[in-house]
Ligand binder design. Structure first.
Ligand code: DX5
Ligand code: ZN
Length: 215
């Protein structure tokens, strides 16, 4: 069964708690939180203070996607703020094995993400250590971009690598997901779909989530 993780990046930030409650009521099980620092990506978004604040509004799994330089320096802050899963980027400036171990030591699940142009070779060594692989299907930084279909073979390749580990590793896809492409993304092996604009810009969150799940 596919998991839909609404990304609050397209939510109404003046009503963030209510928005999270609304997607929970609409059937979401995970909340995807896009953390950007203005260095790793051009945009600046959410820090641990906001995560701690919204933690009070929901018991759903908080999936923190760190698009920041030096993620290792911020793991404990996000864990303390209430993250359940912390995903770092393969392109970050830290040692991946060390940082993933730090996430696990903090009590969170650990994820590794690759940008559209990054080969899975870069994360090969750490795949047995992680709980989630995130394949970016847009260049990270902003919601509302178009899905890059060239990443489909990489999703399939990641699925095959996951099979070989014989352990449960989620395969998440993030960027430009909508009802037109959710089917093919799932066919290629994804089991967690992130969507910001498709859900939060729709007039009916439950219908949008259902459309992503049912295709
Ligand atoms: C992009 C973020 C995504 C983004 C998705 O850098 O990591 O999670 O919010 O937005 P949509 O679904 O609108 O492409
Ligand atoms: Zn994201």
């Amino acid at each position: 069964m596919v998991i839909v993780a609404p990304s609050i990046l397209s939510a109404d930030f003046s009503r963030l708690g209510e928005e999270i409650k609304a997607v929970e009521k609409a059937g979401a099980k995970w909340i995807h939180i896009d953390v950007m620092d203005g260095h790793f990506v051009p945009n600046i978004t959410i820090g641990p203070v906001i995560v701690a604040s919204i933690r009070k509004t929901s018991k759903l799994l908080f999936d923190c996607h760190l698009m920041i330089e030096n993620p290792e320096g911020y793991i404990s802050q996000f864990a303390k703020a209430g993250a359940d899963l912390i995903t770092i980027h393969a392109e970050c400036d830290n040692d991946l094995k060390t940082t993933i171990q730090k996430i696990k030591d903090s009590g969170c699940l650990a994820g590794i993400s690759v940008n559209p142009e990054t080969s899975l070779d870069v994360i090969y060594e750490v795949i047995p250590d992680v709980d989630l692989i995130l394949i970016m299907s847009v260049h990270p930084g902003f919601s509302g971009q178009s899905f890059i279909k060239d990443v489909l073979p990489k999703i399939k390749q990641a699925e095959e690598l996951i099979q070989k580990t014989k352990k449960k590793i989620y395969l998440q896809v993030d960027g430009g997901i909508n009802k037109e492409n959710a089917g093919i993304v799932k066919e290629n092996g994804a089991d967690v779909l992130v969507a910001a604009s498709f859900i939060f810009k729709s007039s009916n969150y439950a219908e949008a989530i259902r459309q992503l799940k049912d295709l």
